[in-house]
Design a protein. Sequence first.
Length: 293
Amino acid sequence: MKKQGKKRTVGMIAGILLLLLIAAGAALLVWKPDWRFLLKEQVASWFRNADWEEREFGASDLICGSFSEIEGAVDMQKNDALYLVNVNHPIPSGREFDLVCYKDTDVQMNACITKAYSDLSEKVMEVTGEKLYVRSSYRDREAQAVVLQENPDTATKPGASEHETGLALDVYVSQYGGYGFLKSEAGQYVNRYCYEQGFVIRYPWGKSGSTGVVHEPWHIRYVGLPHAELMYMRNQTLEEYLDSLEIGTFYQVGDQLITRQRADGEIRLPKEGKSWSVSEDGLGNLIFTGSYR
């Protein structure tokens, strides 16, 4: 009887502790809107997906040649949208990016992101009533060296920062910046929907093993469409996304066609493709994106 009584007591204590842990967890989620958001996003990511269809083309359906030959034969725009930069793949010395000032400000950005950022800002204001600000955009190597000296635990070394491409922006809203950005309605909107304008959260939660950088919910990076949507729906970092693009394969997503090909090899594009854009990936390849029906 004594043993049974002890078992009941132990069971009651364990049950009470479990209830207390559940209550504490629930309270934290109520008091921590950023934690609640991250948990919801993590669970939602298990059910999101965005499949593409691999396409094959016969030799007669393709236009082939060197990049310079292809560039002169089809409607094509160059940009830097899918250029990979990290500690393992720093920017080569002398590599220049297409920088412009955003609207009537002195904020420098890569030319290919200005329209998308304007659209994102307008959407954030429309949905949340908050004005989105840029804390940091383009930084040259000298400025990055200063940032590294001031923030040695979080900043990357010169040459390995996306800010040197003008493709990355650190954003905030009034009273909510840094990790506090996710506590705001605007911050949660940006983290959930920025892909619709071609941006991704470059350093998402739980992905530091892939990116080499801890979670930064304020750091958005332009990759363009449909790439941003694919990355978001598949819960992929830029590193993981590029790895998923096999050299020479054609992928169709809706009416968009994507192909990654060696920059120094023969380029093959479908003759019926239109409105091509092309970006280096920083790994010796070119990624072509065009419309195809």
